[in-house]
Ligand binder design. Structure first.
Ligand code: CUA
Length: 316
């Protein structure tokens, strides 16, 4: 059976160990299920009730019972040992590992690189370079899962959890959230790009900067989408998600409207300062009828906020 049928491609150093263990346990279970079921069926048939044949109770047969107790114990202990070995190997970061902060929030992943640049929804790694993820959650329990790395770890509010990985193949992998965390749980995805050393150097050069050939509006739109703003404010800030009212207020036409009513009834002026504050301190001002949702804090650089403001102004 080929790998692609059972499992996604393995792209990290810990992958082959997990895969061989998985395949061993799978085939072990399949073979024993067939053998045991077969023997049971055979006995059922051979020793079925027949007219004129009296049943003879069978006494204990110690040797047989010891055999089928002791052999499986050895196999199970061996499986535990092998699995623990793979686990420990995967759990420990190799020397000189790059630390990347992973922040989970409803409903996006954010990656912070050494130097402090934060990038949402897209994780860049360099091939054959060990990384250690230091992970935390801003709200509820999430779970950081990259099938191609054969690795999953809960991300819990109020504490850090860790994961170590050395990617071994260039290409794309996927981040899923593997712990139910609310309505948009299934949309809590991110991409992993495993770069060649040249590609990674180029990526590091562009960190936190407006991509070449972009206008601020276009960059703002990209930041809006990648930071997951659309999950709560709708695509294009439409105020609708999946045909229903979105969890966050409508942003399209906000600047044209010029005013917004707050939860306490006050009218405030919509300007650059209001938008900036709402990104950096989302709970400072709550829009009328939206006090049941808490927007997470977004740490963005000034020119990124400028770009988002430029984009919001284009939304009619
Ligand atoms: Cu985050 Cu499910």
């Amino acid at each position: 059976m080929n790998d692609d049928f059972l499992l996604p491609p393995s792209m990290a150093a810990g992958g082959p160990g997990v895969d061989s263990l998985f395949k061993f346990i799978l085939w072990f279970s399949i073979i024993f299920t067939i053998v045991i079921t077969g023997v049971m069926c055979y006995f059922l048939y051979t020793y079925r009730r027949r007219a004129g044949v009296k049943s003879e109770p069978t006494p204990h047969y110690t040797k047989l019972e010891l055999t089928w107790t002791v052999i499986p114990i050895f196999i199970v202990v061996w499986m535990f040992h092998a699995a623990f070995d793979v686990y420990v190997r995967n759990q420990t970061a190799a020397e000189g590992a790059t630390e990347i902060r992973v922040r989970a929030k409803k409903w996006s992943w954010e990656f912070e690189y050494p130097g402090g640049d934060r990038v949402p929804q897209e994780l860049h790694l360099e091939v054959n370079k060990p990384v250690k993820f230091v992970m935390s959650s801003d709200d509820v329990i999430h779970s950081f899962y990259i099938p191609e790395f054969r690795w999953k770890r809960d991300v819990v509010p109020g504490q850090y959890s860790y994961m170590a990985v050395t990617p071994t193949k260039t290409g794309a992998a996927h981040v899923f959230c593997a712990e139910y965390c609310g309505t948009q749980h299934s949309g809590m995805l991110a991409t992993v790009k495993i770069d060649t050393p040249e590609e990674y150097a180029e990526f590091k050069n562009t960190l936190g900067k407006m991509p070449k050939g972009y206008t601020p509006e276009k960059w703002g739109e990209e930041l809006f989408t990648k930071n997951g703003c659309t999950t709560c404010h709708g695509v294009g800030g439409s105020g609708e998600v999946g045909g229903a009212k979105s969890p966050g207020p409508k942003l399209a036409g906000l600047f044209a409207k010029g005013q917004e009513q707050m939860a306490d009834g006050a009218m405030i002026t919509v300007d650059e300062n209001y938008v900036r504050e709402s990104i950096l301190r989302p709970n400072a001002k709550i829009v009328m009828n939206y006090n049941n949702v808490q927007m997470p804090v977004f740490v963005l650089k000034d020119d990124q906020i400028d770009a988002i403001i430029a984009y919001l102004k284009t939304l009619k």
